[in-house]
Write a protein that binds this ligand. Sequence first.
Ligand SMILES: NC(=O)CC[C@H](N)C(=O)O
Length: 304
Amino acid sequence: MPELALLEQVVDKVRPLLGQGKVADYIPALAGVNPNKIGIAVTSIDGTTIGAGDYLEPFSIQSISKVFSLTLALTLYEEQEIWSRVGKEPSGQSFNSLVQVELERGLPRNPFINAGALVIADLLQARLGAPKHRMIELIRGLSTNPSLISDKMVASSEFEHSARNAAIAYLMKSFGNFNNDVDTVLRSYFHYCAMRMSCADLSKAMLYLANKGRCLDGTQLISPIQTRQMNALLATSGLYDGAGEFAYRVGMPGKSGVGGGIIAVIPGDMAVCVWSPELDHNGNSLAGTAALETLCQTLGRSIF
Ligand SMILES: NC(=O)CC[C@H](N)C(=O)O
């Protein structure tokens, strides 16, 4: 577990990078976010959380929600029912690319690109009576924060600009890999992406990935082997087309979102969340990646 002073040093060290990236503006409701934010929180497997900078400020978790969706699907489906619909390989394409879906006959490369997450959202839609409600319940429980919400403005803004995600879903439908009504699933998917959580909430919520599937409140969410498998997929595909660079610089399984958040874990040790809204060319938080790199190097920790 790092000392609080170290987290403060990390924030101070990366603050000069603010101004070098670009806030995601393809979702209009996200474009107005204050770019000058940087926060970091760490939850260790003994259950303590510390943080520095803007670590208590909620932000749009966006694609980080793909971790929660897959986790929920793992609790509802047999392994094969999931992996017959989505692959386990890095995509080498941008997160919202369509070309691979066409070339690979509607089978998304992995659950952490949009195509894969939409298939997972389709699976959740099929099995849950109220998937949006179930998801909120899940994140509230995992982070032990009963006041968490999904931002309706962000979700509707995404729905109004959903041409690309809708195209991905319809393309998969044309190959027989999407069962429910596209708009209904898109609404659920955007609701998951629009959940607002702080670095503190997310580092607590992701603790199960560092603790063999056991959550902060002691419940076993997924099995130790499922947790290991999830971390393997996060290490290879969690940062989209920047996964190799992230493994090289940070060396932790992780997941980013276009809201500027990144979660990362050292299994057996701690879950970390960083947030800074400006993104690099792969759509990953620029200062956030640098913060994780500094943290890992200073602690001398990596999974490799
Ligand atoms: N990379 C992301 O965070 C993308 C999530 C965003 N809601 C989208 O579907 O485009």
